[in-house]
Each structure stands twice: as structure tokens, then as C-alpha cells.
Ligand binder design. Sequence first.
Ligand SMILES: [Fe+2]
Length: 293
Amino acid sequence: MPKTRRIWVLADAHIGHVDDGRDGAEWLQLAIDDMCANVQPVDYAINLGDMSHAFTEEQLKTYAKIRGASHIARWYELVGNHDFLSIAPGHYDRWIGCPRYWALRDGNVSFFSLPHERPNAAGLFLPEVEAWLRRAMPAAAGGNVVMAAHSFPYDTVEFSTRVPRCMYPKAAIERFLKDVRVDVWLGGHIHMKPRTTAASCVKGGTTYINCASVSHVYGTKACNSFVLTFTEGSHTLLAQCRHHDAARFIDEQSLAIELPKPYVPGEPVFAPEPLQIPEKYGQMEADEVELFE
Ligand SMILES: [Fe+2]
């Protein structure tokens, strides 16, 4: 039997925010309960950020409690814009405990983290982060490369052309993606109405998947996430969109992605990246983006 690797990818629980009569924590619990009852086994989970709605210690603590009681043993997280202001007081470290920058090598698949860099809705692609990725990614290029990001480059998934929603500087990201191969870009951040098939797209050889959101936050009317399945010896990565409320997969929102290399299984190796990021970026306002550009 070929080995498989099953990964749960979720985003935007927004604990502390109530939508459709339930808090993000309750929606997250509903999703975990569905995974536990119906989608087994899961090797690990990747949470693409916005665990908390208002970056409070209590919200992050609630997340850690829910995560700890889940049946999934390993979790890797990203800072979302709503989590960002919990970094400086140390609440993020204390309750989430996942480093801000990391790489995860799992057989011949490499994941790289791309967190949000400020509390503003528009993300930043920092020169320091770009330098790390340009250093680290060539070694991964013999296998399959996945970006685990909070948000998306301009003009990829639906609504990424909205100025406050995409990542800046746009030109730097475009240049980067021309130079460095990214097979799959996972993100969240954009969740303002029920999902459509435009939440995923293929552009320039990269498959972009908006995995948001695991809660009903801002009118999604559903708890959605993705289940990734890699199969030994296969070029096909199955990315299945889960509708947790209905406890089923949504076929028309799921993808079979053709990978450049057939999957070779291995034991996951997690590597934190101790980047020193100047605080000034976290304080950049929306109208400063143009100067940065
Ligand atoms: Fe969000």
C-alpha cells in the first residue's frame, strides 16, 4: 500500500468574534469535531492565522485549549493580521508557541511560512523574509514547494485585487515568483461571503487556494477548510474543500493538483527560522505602503 500524508489546513477562526450566533471558538470546535468524527487520520494541522479576533491573551489561550483537546497531535501556526498585536506583549509566544518563521520539510514536500507583518489588512512581503526564502527555497526545488501564507499576492484569488487585501510591494512579489518556483500557495485572510470556485486559481504555474474560513466570520455562512492528501509515488495532490457544518467535502471546490515531483514520504522535520525583523514594519500605516513600494 502506498503511504499517504493527510494535512488539515485551516484559517481565520477569529475567536472572540460572533457571527451567525456563535463565537469563532465554537465554530472552530465544530470543525474539529467533524474532523475527529469523519476525517481520520490527520497527520498534522497547519493554521494560517487569525486564531484570535482582537489579539487578546484570553482569545489565544482559548485557541490553545481547543487545540490541546483536539485529536490532532501536531499543529503549526502563522501570525495573522488579527493576531499581530499579541506578539510584542509575548502572548503569541506564550499561548501559540510556534515560531513566527519556519520551514517544514515533509519527505520531498517543503512548506515555508509567510505570516502577516502588521495589524493592517494589507500584508507586507518584507525584504528580510524575501532574502530568507531566496536562500532556503533552492534546496527545496528538487521536490515540491508549498507556501503557507496568511494572505495572497495581487490578482490571484477572488478579491485579491482589492487594495487593502493583497500583499505589498506587488512588484517584489511578482519578481520573486518569476525567480522562485512555488507549486502551491495556501492562504486565508479573505472571507466576506460564501465560497465560490474563484477562491482558488492557477497563475504562472502556482495553484493558489484560499482556505478561509473555519468560522462564519464576516458572512461566509459556513465553516470551511482544506484537507491535503499526498500519496506515495503520485504526482497528484488532492486538495479537498471541507464543509464542516454539513460534514462533507465540496467536490466543485476541491482540486487535484499536478505536482512537479511524485510524493516521496518521510518524517516531518520542522525548522524554525530566527529572522530579526525591524519593528518599523509592524507600525506601517496603509498610506505608507506606496513609499515602501
Ligand atoms: Fe481573518
